[in-house]
Design a binder for this molecule. Structure first.
Ligand code: GLN
Length: 486
């Protein structure tokens, strides 16, 4: 059921909000022991919120836009009085005294929290394997990763354990898991959505965004969470357009750019390439014009990101010192010994690796050679996009070079893991909106994702192209049976 269908059914009294919630709770009870997409479940609260929605209807009151929509939230978004761990031992017992702006807006709009979902520790990773609380499994094939870092949210949406979810995307963490799990995921323009209450990883790149089973569901969630927030000084003031209204507009005459650097990647799988090219042809058959585009600095994204993101992370994670909040080691001989033991015991390997890289890149002797140089390349990447958008409306690429890989495949090779974000990172560096949606399946029956990147604040354009593609290509009809797919 889509969000729009749920709204209609609730309004006419076909079904109650409580019945819907009980359905999801049942399915979570049956399925999530195999997937581990949730870290923490909030069923009592869900039931009581559902009753409130049902009472509203009985009283004849108008239902808010997301009334009764059962939602999962990535566990790096603060939820008041509900443990928020960031999948780290460091925050294992952290109960935020405040609510993030995005979740606050969801509850105000009538959405219902089912629970908090698993992620890579502090959102650092591409497979959800770095979580301190165990990995999440891909619902299409549990021997594979769901992608990351928002793997729990993507797996929960694709296996029917929630209707929609929120994730965060610093270098691809919404789009890559959406692609691996066969759902839709959108990273908004930097500043479109408030970061207040999102536990910071790399503040100049982080954005919160929605996962859903369809483009229209994603548009509805985006509508509610977008817009200015006085609590986040990087949040934009621009008015929020009506996203759902734009979806049905035909795309005839729209110019879609194919970035040539993306299609000549040595690591790009033939099946992914073929499927994405077919999707491009399909868009052309709907009247869009395909244009080849050069973005010469596109492939410098990874190197740039792995200087900037760890640098910002090393500063953001300095606050976890065993004093202000977070884990404190039980044994120490001095203040600095306490801090160093606490950090050493509570952070995982990948988080430590990032802190070390970032601290090094920001150190007095190297800041010009690494950090400042990376900032300059970041500007060049942004300029490539600015030039591209002079001749096209939307850019099209694969979301990830491969489909979901096997658990443990990159255990001893962090660089191979980093490369899985090759195609998503440039949009973060340039602050652009981008969406991933399913466009086909490989020979193992695993979903393939198509990425559409828009110009600044052009969420409407990528949603429109994505929706038109989804409605006419009907990829979902071709879906093979996944292990835990409904
Ligand atoms: N996989 C990338 C990383 O490890 C991106 C993570 C993210 O977007 N949060 O940093």
């Amino acid at each position: 059921m889509s969000i729009a269908q749920l709204r209609k059914s609730l309004e006419i009294g076909d079904i109650s909000s409580l019945e819907i919630v009980e359905d999801y709770i049942n399915r979570i009870d049956q399925v999530d022991k195999h997937l581990h997409s949730y870290l923490n479940l909030t069923f009592e609260r869900a039931r009581s919120d559902a009753k409130k929605i049902d009472n509203l209807r009985l009283e004849g009151k108008k239902l808010p836009p997301l009334a009764g929509v059962p939602i999962a939230i990535k566990d790096n978004l603060c939820t008041k009085n509900i443990t928020t761990t960031c999948s780290s031992k460091m925050l294992q017992n952290f109960v935020p005294p405040y609510e993030s702006t995005v979740t606050h807006r969801l509850w105000k709009a009538g959405a219902i929290l089912l629970g908090k979902t698993n992620l890579d520790e502090f959102a650092m990773g591409s497979s959800t394997e770095t979580s301190a609380f165990g990995t999440t499994f891909n619902p299409w094939d549990i021997s594979r990763v769901p992608g990351g870092s928002s793997g729990g949210s993507a797996a929960a949406v694709s296996s029917g354990l929630c209707m929609a979810a929120l994730g965060s995307d610093t270098g691809g963490s919404i789009r890559q898991p959406a692609s691996f799990c066969g759902v839709v995921g959108l990273k908004p323009t930097y500043g479109r959505v408030s970061r207040w209450g999102l536990i910071a990883f790399a503040s100049s790149l982080d954005q919160v965004g929605p996962f859903g089973n369809s483009v229209s569901d994603v548009a509805e969630i985006l509508q509610v969470i977008s817009g200015n927030d006085p609590l986040d000084s990087t949040c934009l003031n621009n008015p929020v357009p009506n996203y759902s209204e734009q979806l049905s507009k035909p795309i005839a005459g729209m110019r879609i750019g194919l970035i040539s650097q993306c299609f000549n990647q040595p690591g790009l799988s033939d099946e992914v390439k073929h499927s994405v090219m077919q999707a491009a042809d399909h868009l052309a058959s709907l009247g869009a014009e395909l244009i080849d585009i050069e973005c010469p600095c596109f492939n410098d994204g990874i190197a740039t990101y792995y200087v900037i993101a760890p640098s910002e992370a090393s500063a953001n994670l300095a606050r976890y010192d065993g004093v202000k909040y977070g884990y404190r080691s039980g044994e120490y001989s001095s203040l600095s010994d306490m801090m160093s033991r606490s950090r050493s015991e509570a952070f995982g390997k990948e988080v430590k690796r990032r802190i070390l890289i970032g601290t090094y890149a920001l150190s007095a002797g190297y800041v010009d050679a690494y950090y400042k140089k990376a900032q300059k390349v970041r500007t060049l990447i942004r300029r490539d996009f600015d030039n591209a958008f002079k001749s096209v409306d939307v850019l099209l690429t694969p979301t990830s070079p491969t489909t979901a890989f096997k658990l443990g495949a990159h255990d001893n090779d962090p660089l191979a893991m980093y490369l899985s974000d090759l195609l998503t990172i440039p949009a973060n560096l340039a602050g652009l909106p981008a969406i991933s949606l399913p466009c086909g399946f490989d020979s193992s029956g695993l979903p393939i994702g198509l990425q559409l990147i828009g110009n600044v604040l052009e969420e409407s354009a990528i949603l429109q192209v994505a929706h038109q593609y989804e409605q006419s290509a009907e990829v979902s009809k071709k879906r093979p049976k996944g292990q835990f797919i409904q």
